[in-house]
Design a binder for this molecule. Structure first.
Ligand code: BDR
Ligand code: CA
Length: 319
């Protein structure tokens, strides 16, 4: 049965691959909409990037909405030093022909959740600002979210500071609202997503004669700013695609139910996620936290899916 999802995102190269993966399997995932948030780059650009990726996938009709321009309480931190000035360094994508919808992403989220007959799953790939605002504006929509599949946090070291992962560092207050909401959550922290490194061996399944695959390869083969010093080693870590891959192939992942708390106080640990992996605190779990994954199988399957996108784009062009 097709699962209805919304992707809340700040593309970002790994966000781009997550979106492409979701759009490649329309029989399994119906992408109802994409909501853009400020994160890797400013929201005007993450919104344009979401539109460019839908266009690349041959799916320009997917509605894209611009959301929060900055975190709830803190100044915006962006990550051009990793993603490049336009957020999608390594890809060469034309400007989108479609425009974003007029409605604000948070309004869209509350309206679509209220109106949907069945609860909707949300893949949250950036700072959680849009999701927290939707939960604050319309608390009743919490019950309309089937599950939040979130990339964020870390069980050990962060990648933005020693303590904090980027998405939770950018908007810790939003993350705290979300983890307090009672919505079922699956969390992919860094220690899981750093297993999903796009190493040369794992890229063997992509074939650059297809346009979509060529763009993906060019993005994944580009030089890594900071080299291996930021974790991963042999290639770019594909944090965000893990969330979509989990929806498609849960058998590739293992985790456990844990209590997750987010540090909101300013200081060296702001944005840190305290993940009670061993259940020491005795608090009830508020998330299913992924610990390990079969990254080789995940990349093999992702490559097949992106190939499938190329086939669909070619078929459409021939019609
Ligand atoms: C997360 O931060 C972003 O830069 C990536 O897109 C990912 O969502 C990893 O910390
Ligand atoms: Ca992201």
């Amino acid at each position: 049965m097709t699962k209805r999802i919304i992707i809340d995102t700040d593309p970002g190269q790994d966000d781009a691959l997550a979106i492409l993966l979701a759009l490649s399997v329309p029989d399994e995932l119906e992408v109802a909409g994409i909501t853009a948030v400020a994160g890797n780059v400013r929201v005007e650009q993450t919104c344009v990037n979401a539109l460019r990726i839908c266009q690349l996938a041959g799916r320009p009709e997917v509605p894209v909405f611009a959301g929060a321009a900055g975190p709830l309480m803190r100044p915006l931190h962006t990550a051009e030093f990793i993603c490049g000035a336009d957020g999608l360094a390594g890809m060469a994508l034309p400007a989108p022909r479609q425009a974003a919808r007029e409605v604000h992403a948070v309004t869209y989220l509350t309206e679509v959740l209220r109106a949907s007959v069945k609860p909707i799953t949300i893949c949250a790939l950036g700072p959680l600002t849009n999701i927290a605002l939707a939960l604050r504006m319309a608390p009743e929509v919490a019950a309309r979210i089937e599950r939040l599949v979130i990339m964020g946090g870390a069980r050990d070291l962060g990648n933005m500071t020693a303590a904090a992962e980027f998405n939770f560092f950018v908007d810790p207050h939003a993350a705290a609202v979300v983890f307090d909401s009672g919505v079922p959550i699956t969390l992919f922290p860094l220690n899981a997503t750093y297993q999903a490194v796009a190493s040369p061996a794992r890229l063997a399944g992509f074939d650059d004669t297809g346009h979509v695959q060529a763009q993906v390869l060019s993005m994944l083969r580009r030089e890594r700013p900071g080299g291996a010093s930021l974790g991963g080693g042999e290639g770019h870590p594909m944090h965000d695609p893990c969330t979509v891959a989990w929806l498609l192939w849960p058998e590739l992942f293992e985790g456990r139910d844990c209590r997750v708390d987010i540090e909101t106080a300013e200081g060296p640990t702001v944005g840190r996620s305290t993940i009670d992996w061993w259940g020491r605190g005795g608090q009830p779990p508020n998330a299913h936290v992924i610990g390990t994954l079969d990254a080789d199988a995940m990349f093999e399957r992702m490559a097949l899916c992106v190939r499938g996108l190329d086939d669909k784009v070619t078929e459409k062009a021939a019609e």
